[in-house]
Write a protein that binds this ligand. Structure first.
Ligand code: ZN
Length: 245
């Protein structure tokens, strides 16, 4: 979809949702439900606890890198039809941020912008948030986009316009960042050793030859393993910008 068409779709969506055009800077975006991160939710079954666990472990990892501010909060996007876009806050590389679930036109699944990670249960629940390890691997990937935005990278427009030359390095470096995080959390005992293989298999599984923005399964798995083995510096090489530390 072209940028202008998308902007039009999002503003139409805002009207559909009956929403104000701008969201407040420090509260959950209009219509979304904030997730309360909690390590006590780890080990429990069910979507909500799985997301709460993943968000808490992502926070633990980000804090260890002195980067907790890149994810202000994790939120559940409202059910379809819904959508809203707003200008990003200061210091964020993407010019605007938003969420949208307008089947069959548009569905923005798990994504990150303006220091907020969005989850769309309709598309993400069965695919990405199957257990604590998967949820953590995915939410650390999303926090990688927060690291990029904090370095002035626009991760929104290339994604929406299908500019794979710009977006794919951002996606693979976030997969790499997930490898850094999963290794850290195994080291702290927050995740079992088996989380390495499980998360690696997840990225292999969700990659697709048809997905020119995120990469093939082998590419995504290799990026994850690179971060796991070599740390944040390897992710910067993939990104082509010093976003990770
Ligand atoms: Zn991504």
């Amino acid at each position: 979809m072209k940028r202008h068409a998308l902007a039009a779709a999002l503003s139409t969506a805002a009207v559909v949702a009956g929403a104000a055009p701008a969201a407040p800077a420090q509260a959950a975006p209009f219509g979304t439900t904030p997730v309360s991160p909690s390590k006590t939710a780890c080990g429990k079954a069910g979507f909500t606890d799985t997301v709460r666990c993943g968000a808490a472990l992502t926070e633990t990892f980000l804090r260890s890198r002195k980067a907790q501010g890149v994810v202000r909060e994790t939120v559940i996007a409202p059910p379809a039809p819904s959508g809203l876009a707003w200008p990003s806050g200061p210091g964020v590389g993407s010019p605007f941020c938003g969420y949208a679930d307008l089947p069959p036109i548009l569905a923005l699944g798990a994504h990150h912008c303006d220091r907020t990670t969005f989850i769309l249960p309709r598309t993400d629940k069965e695919r990405l948030f199957t257990d604590d390890v998967a949820a953590t691997a995915v939410l650390i990937h999303e926090s990688g986009h927060g690291m990029q935005e904090a370095r002035g990278v626009d991760v929104v427009i290339p994604s929406l316009t299908g500019d794979s030359g710009r977006q794919k390095p951002m996606e693979l470096s976030s997969d790499c960042w997930s490898g850094v995080g999963i290794r850290y959390l195994i080291g702290t005992g927050d995740l079992p050793a088996a989380a390495h293989g499980e998360a690696s298999a997840l990225f292999a599984d969700i990659g697709s030859p048809a997905d020119t923005l995120h990469g093939t399964g082998p590419e995504r798995k290799a990026a994850f393993e690179k971060g796991y083995a070599d740390g944040p510096a390897a992710c910067n090489v993939i990104a082509g910008v010093r976003a990770f530390r």
